[in-house]
Ligand binder design. Structure first.
Ligand SMILES: Nc1ncnc2c1ncn2[C@@H]1O[C@H](COP(=O)(O)OP(=O)(O)O)[C@@H](O)[C@H]1O
Ligand SMILES: [Mg+2]
Length: 311
């Protein structure tokens, strides 16, 4: 196959995207495919039009890559591509929208409130924050309604830390999601396939000293991963089932990663949905695939082939 990987972009996660692109390129080349990586720029459309048979694999993290924009463009041009279609990506990208969709099908997610910066200022920051703490208690998690790689995310254990967490969050976007913090085991479940054929790879536990933040994610050392997660078999299958259910109800395609925390009772709380999961050397998706016994070359080749035939 001829495959064009899109990596780079202008989001805060540009670096990660470039590294993901390189890794997927290597794996696909090992599988004998003809693979080029390029960024998104004014030559993109002519390049796509010159190579009509090529499958595109968008590995752009952050907005435009994950919010459905690039997918919409590829649909407009009639180019076959890997991953979730524009419409579904758009809903999955906005955390409160995704949460409202999958929670309707009975999937647990932390209680939350969404606060645009403008409203926050209009009604008085301190008063809103008091109401939030009264309703949800502490600790709380403050995060941008749209985002990734834990950028702008704070875990707040004291009321006095909340204003700073809000300012930090608003540096990454104009809407904050404040949610109840869940205590338990952090587990990421990668899902491959689509619809009835979607299946979970091995759930990976993230055991982190301190917060599982940007630094912990991309610099090896502070985090230990366990694949499979160290959970009783019934909890492990419950979290895998929840991830597959989220993937299906949101209409995700080919691959995704669903981030969860499994509490002491074994309830998997879904935090976050990623339509373009990281594919770097420390990323969870490739770890889950290798733990499930897949060669990355074979699995990525299968994913790209699926996109070529379903277009
Ligand atoms: N409700 C929560 N309870 C406990 N920890 C959380 C919660 N929400 C997020 N976190 C922590 O913050 C990290 C980033 O949050 P997440 O919602 O996955 O955002 P991102 O899209 O940036 O990955 C998670 O990996 C987890 O460690
Ligand atoms: Mg996440």
């Amino acid at each position: 196959m001829e495959i064009l990987i899109l990596a780079g972009g202008l989001s805060h996660e540009r670096d990660v995207s470039v590294r993901s692109g390189r890794r997927v390129q290597e794996a696909l080349r090992d599988g004998g495919h003809d693979v080029v990586v390029r960024d998104v720029d004014t030559e993109l459309i002519p390049t796509l039009q010159e190579h009509p048979g090529r499958v595109v694999w968008p590995l752009l993290h952050g907005s435009s890559g994950e919010d459905g924009s690039i997918q919409g463009l590829l649909e407009l041009l009639g180019v076959p591509y890997v991953g979730t279609a524009a419409k579904a990506a758009r809903a999955a990208w906005v955390k409160p929208i995704a949460k409202s969709i999958y929670s309707r099908s009975g999937i647990a997610t932390p209680d939350y409130v969404t606060l645009p910066q403008s409203l926050f200022r209009e009604v008085g920051a301190e008063k809103v924050l008091d109401a939030v703490v009264e309703r949800f208690g502490l600790p709380l998690v403050v995060k941008p309604a749209r985002g990734g790689s834990a950028l702008g995310v704070s875990i707040v254990t004291e009321r006095a830390e909340l204003p700073r967490a809000m300012v930090h969050c608003f540096a990454y976007g104009d809407t904050a999601l404040i949610e109840r913090a869940i205590e338990g085991t952090e587990v990421a479940v990668s899902v491959v396939g689509s619809g009835d054929d979607a299946r979970a790879l091995i759930p990976v536990e993230i055991s982190c000293e301190g917060a599982y933040d940007y630094d912990a994610r991309y610099n090896p050392g502070r985090v230990e991963y366990f694949a499979p997660a160290r959970l009783a078999p019934e909890k492990l299958s419950a979290v895998a089932d929840a991830a597959v259910a989220v993937h299906r109800v949101l209409g995700l395609k080919d691959l995704s990663r669903i981030d969860t925390i499994v509490d002491a009772d074994g309830t998997p709380y879904v935090l976050d949905v990623n339509v373009a999961p990281g594919m770097t050397e420390t990323s969870l998706f490739p770890q889950a695939a290798e733990a499930a016994g897949f060669s990355l070359s074979a699995l990525y080749g299968e994913i790209a082939a699926g996109a070529a035939t379903s277009a």
